[in-house]
Design a protein around this ligand. Structure first.
Ligand code: ADQ
Length: 465
């Protein structure tokens, strides 16, 4: 079997499945794929140095090697905080109003991609397959090709692909996408993002698309573009549910609710997650029903993220103000309707919280997939499952069609969905949950990695094996 080389912005090795329950599914999936095939996980160390040297720190873990490189502060500012998080992230989440088009960001992004290619290409051996993760490295495949790398190279995009009309606002968008077409396989979270990508390739590059194989052809160059929806590590997550930590967290939250129905939101503090809009929906619910304070408790867990970026400081301030105002208006002397918790929790604790909550509120304005929706479903008690309320603008909505699907911009619709979920009879909750759970169980992150890698090693000129 060929060796695997994974490239991602940060390298985070899972310390055994379920260990401490702190890692996300991606770390587990990458570690499992690397453990199976052997190889290298390459990325930024997270450290800064005064002068970039390209010097690799190599460590041997669990049957594979990690190779990390330090970056200069201005690289981090321009490539990571700049182009990745202030240009591509907002644009790809349809927030053209927040996207910043600064020349230095673009130059820093190209420079770091070049530096990564310079450090990586000497490590690549003849039969290795290279799997690049996410929007930090859209042009990396092309840079590796420029070094003469002929190996199979694939890219998986964890975030949405924007509609053509928005993408064309990005200076040099043609060059960025032309570089992407040097990958052998490009994977998207959903059919919707895939279709936007194909539309762009046809319209802006005159590409021919073979709908059956997913081949995108321009001249004599061909890339396979397909949807590979990511999942959670089902077995690992269910094992966390068996732990004492999970049981205690469920009791702790459940016991503190004073018989109110608990609704939960768990999100990184990001403007794409629709958090202020969620509070607006609750405002409608509380204004239109008497005595809601005695019936519903909403718990929002939202650890800060990307705090160096102004739009993230703003969303945090907005949310703090809104929850404060909401609680001021709707609390009673002994009851507070929103608990807003500004920190992260271990995954075993999250399991317990999800299980204690009879409503999962997952209402991003735009999301590549959203794994919280899948974790919420997996954590439910099969005999008394809660109701998932899911934004139709999350990639997960393509698969989780038995959730209550809502438009997160429509506060009235979300408020009605919460009310419906609060009243939903057990039989309907069970019927919906069983279908949702089958999807979460049967398409997990390990299958996702296997599917992508089999597409990547498949030579399109040969019949499928
Ligand atoms: P994220 O935007 O980070 O990921 P999401 O998929 O919802 O979004 O979460 C990833 C993981 O982070 C989940 O396992 C979740 O439990 C954990 N997490 C989120 N909030 C947390 C909190 N408050 N405390 C502790 N853990 C928390 C990006 C894309 C998504 C895509 C993933 C994977 O934006 O659309 O689903 O990558 O491809």
């Amino acid at each position: 079997m060929s060796r695997l080389i994974v490239v991602s912005n940060r390298v985070s090795v899972a310390k055994g499945r379920g260990a401490a329950g702190a890692q996300g599914g991606l770390a587990v999936a990458m570690s499992a794929a690397l453990h199976k095939r052997g190889g290298i996980w390459f990325g930024w160390s997270g450290n800064e140095v005064e002068q970039f040297t390209g010097q690799l720190t190599m460590e041997r873990v669990d049957g594979f090697t990690t190779a990390t490189v330090d970056l200069e502060p201005h690289d981090v500012e321009e490539y990571y905080n700049g182009y990745a998080n202030r240009t591509l992230w907002p644009l790809f989440h349809y927030r053209i109003d927040l996207a910043e088009y600064e020349n230095e960001f673009g130059r820093g992004y190209e420079r770091v991609n070049e530096q990564f290619a310079n450090s990586l290409f000497p490590l690549i051996e003849k039969d290795d397959v290279v799997w690049v993760q996410d929007y930090h490295f859209l042009p990396l495949g092309e840079r590796l090709r420029a070094h003469g790398v002929q190996n199979r190279i694939g890219l998986f995009l964890h975030i949405p692909w924007p509609p053509t009309r928005l993408l064309v606002s990005l200076p040099h968008h043609e060059r960025l996408v032309a570089a992407m077409l040097r990958y052998d396989v490009i994977g998207f979270q959903s059919v919707e993002w895939l279709e936007s990508f194909l539309h762009y390739c046809r319209k802006e590059h005159g590409a021919e698309v073979d709908e059956d194989s997913g081949a995108v052809r321009i001249g004599n160059q061909s890339t396979i573009a397909r949807a590979f929806p990511i999942g959670i590590d089902h077995a690992e997550f269910m094992a966390l549910g068996e732990t004492e930590i999970a049981r205690r967290s469920q009791q702790r939250l459940g016991g503190s609710a004073r018989k109110r129905t608990i609704a939960i939101g768990v999100d990184r503090l990001d403007y794409s997650k629709g958090l202020p809009e969620r509070i607006d929906a609750l405002e409608r619910l509380f204004s239109s029903h008497d005595d809601m304070v005695n019936q519903l408790l909403f718990v929002q867990i939202a650890p800060p993220s990307r705090e160096d970026v102004r739009s993230y400081q703003q969303i945090r301030a907005t949310l703090e103000q809104k929850t404060g105002q909401f609680n001021g208006a709707h609390s009673d002397v002994d009851l507070v309707p929103i608990r807003y918790v500004n920190r992260g929790f271990g995954r075993a604790e999250l399991f317990g919280f999800y299980r204690a909550a009879k409503i999962g509120l997952v209402t991003p304005l735009r999301d590549g997939m959203n794994l919280v929706a899948k974790e919420y479903v997996a954590a439910q008690d099969p005999e008394d499952p809660g109701v998932l309320i899911l934004s139709r603008f999350a990639g997960a909505a393509e698969q989780l069609t038995d959730a209550l699907l809502v438009n997160p911009h429509d506060g009235g619709e979300v408020a009605r969905a919460i009310w419906t979920a609060m009243q939903m009879p057990l039989a309907e909750r069970k019927a919906r949950w069983e279908k949702l759970y089958a999807v979460v169980r049967d398409a997990d992150v390990i299958d996702w990695a296997d599917d992508f890698l089999s597409a990547l090693v498949q030579d399109p000129t040969q019949p499928e094996t």
